[in-house]
Write a protein that binds this ligand. Structure first.
Ligand code: FE2
Length: 167
């Protein structure tokens, strides 16, 4: 009798009209977006917990909305990778290795930490824009649509964070 739990995570077939090489390339771009979103999610929640001072309430509430949205998005992006037939990054060390976004400097003051989140959101939006270009070139319109929606959210997050600390 085979052990039903002894299963490896493997590549799966996905006959959606895209070549396997194209699906793999898009899946790799999506994996970077998952890892970047995961890193920014953790940093945003970290500021949510530790913020103090005159900006406490607004930053505490804003970061909560942002990290909750990212939590959902990570799931959508990772499941798109599986839909394309490839394994999704699944550990914190994989996320860290794949991500181009710096972690929050927990020792910084609140303004510096908000500036780090702005930079992270903008870096992520740029990375997603590159991924959209790749997905469109490979005719994966669904992934391009998903990432286009996400990059708009990160541009908006950057605006809201920047407006919070504007003089
Ligand atoms: Fe909370």
């Amino acid at each position: 009798m085979t052990d039903a739990l002894a299963q490896e995570v493997t590549e799966l077939d996905a006959n959606n009209g895209l070549k396997k090489t194209a699906r793999r390339e898009v899946a790799e771009a999506l994996s970077r977006s998952v890892a970047d979103t995961y890193t920014l999610f953790a940093s945003t929640q970290g500021l949510h917990w530790n913020v103090q001072g005159p900006l406490f309430y607004s930053v505490h509430k804003m970061t909560e909305e942002q990290y909750q949205d990212m939590f959902e998005a990570i799931d959508d992006l990772a499941e798109r990778i599986r839909t394309l037939g490839f394994p999704a990054p699944a550990t914190l060390s994989e996320m860290a290795a794949l991500s181009a976004i710096d972690e929050l400097d927990a020792g910084g003051d609140v303004r510096a930490q908000i500036e780090q989140l702005i930079a992270g959101n903008e870096r992520l939006a740029q990375g997603m824009r590159d991924a959209v270009e790749k997905a469109e070139a490979l005719n994966d319109v669904k992934t391009a649509d998903l990432l286009t929606e996400r990059l708009g959210v990160h541009e908006e997050n950057a605006w809201m964070l920047r407006a919070t600390i504007a003089e």
